[in-house]
Design a protein around this ligand. Structure first.
Ligand code: UDP
Ligand code: MG
Length: 312
């Protein structure tokens, strides 16, 4: 069965048209399917609209948050409820074309666990496209997963891959990366993308200063969450060593009779040593905390997930 998960936040103008387009395309695929709408605390009457649709079509399942939680949480709920072995996600604003689902299904047959849509000719404002490009580029450089479009709403997943996801606050942008880190095969396929005709985008100019810091948090989590000391120790060590070299040099020339009290480099040396030690001890504390929590929690970036196979 194919589960189609659609997060909906104040999309009353598009949701009816989306339903029509989506169900006519899904019927053409000739597979069993379910349509899961997650109403993410809409304050317009999207939910009533969905409920009306649900009364007419038994393939529709609706889940609803009382308050707006965010796209990541909406998708997480959809993944949790999905009954299909394949799961498609798609935005509710009609920017993703339901007719493109078949391209993803075809690509998946090449052996991928996840197929991401790539909005090759993206119909969005320039600034948004630019910040996305920067995001995709940096993610490629840091993690080596070179796909063009992390944040396309249209994606196809195997059930196994999504059930291992724990998504919250903004993490939906990192889904391909999280799954790649867990060892799933992630591919992409170019798809058509349309302008937003109805409603408003929920992500504006704030994207740039929200997305980019997230990349650095993810970088830290994925590389150093198990041993923060590797980062803090290295940076702190280098800083303290540089300070130590400067102060040693100043000590030598002091004994040769030079005045050092008025040299700015003295302050730099002191600062580097103090900052270095502080970073080092921050690393110790972080390691201590990580150790305390290691047994009680696991997070998205743990790569040691196992697959259980039944042997006869
Ligand atoms: N969305 C959501 N919760 C939110 C924000 C967005 O469920 O808090 C949904 C929204 O209804 C749409 C999809 O996520 O179906 C993508 O949102 P949008 O089109 O605003 O993003 P953009 O395409 O502008 O990046
Ligand atoms: Mg959109």
């Amino acid at each position: 069965m194919l589960s189609v998960v659609v997060p909906v936040y104040n999309e009353k103008e598009s949701v009816g048209a989306l339903y029509k387009e989506l169900s006519s395309q899904l019927l053409k695929l000739d597979t069993k399917y379910e349509l899961i709408f997650i109403n993410d605390g809409s304050t317009d009457n999207s939910l009533d609209f969905l409920k009306d649709l649900g009364k007419k079509d038994k393939s529709i399942r609706i889940f609803s948050f009382r308050r707006n939680q965010g796209k990541a949480e909406a998708l997480a709920l959809g993944f949790q409820k999905a009954r299909g072995d394949l799961i498609v996600t798609l935005d509710a604003d009609l920017q993703d074309k339901p007719s493109e689902i078949k391209k993803l299904l075809l690509k998946k047959k090449e052996g991928y666990d996840v197929v991401c849509g790539w909005r090759k000719n993206r119909s969005d404002p320039f600034f948004k496209v630019l910040s996305s490009k920067l995001f995709n580029f940096l993610a490629g450089v840091f993690w080596g997963l070179n796909i063009h479009d992390y944040n396309c709403g249209l994606k196809l997943f195997s059930k196994e891959s999504v059930k291992s996801l724990k998504l919250y606050g903004g993490l939906h942008r990192f889904i391909p990366l999280i799954l790649y880190q867990k060892g799933f095969r992630v591919g992409e396929i170019a798809i058509e993308h349309r302008n937003r005709v109805y409603g408003k985008s929920k992500y504006g100019f704030s994207k740039l200063w929200k997305d980019l810091p997230d990349i650095f948090t993810m970088l830290f989590l994925s590389k150093y969450s198990a041993r923060p000391m590797h980062l803090f120790g290295a940076v702190g060590g280098i800083s303290a060593l540089a300070g130590f070299i400067i102060l040693s040099y100043l000590t030598i020339i002091h004994f040769q009779g030079h005045r050092i009290g008025n040299r700015p480099i003295l302050f730099l040396g002191m600062l580097l040593v103090i900052a270095g030690f502080q970073l080092f001890f921050t690393g110790f504390l972080a390691d201590l905390i990580t150790n305390l929590f290691r047994n009680s929690s696991s997070d998205n970036m743990n790569n040691n997930e196992e697959t259980e196979y039944i042997s006869f």
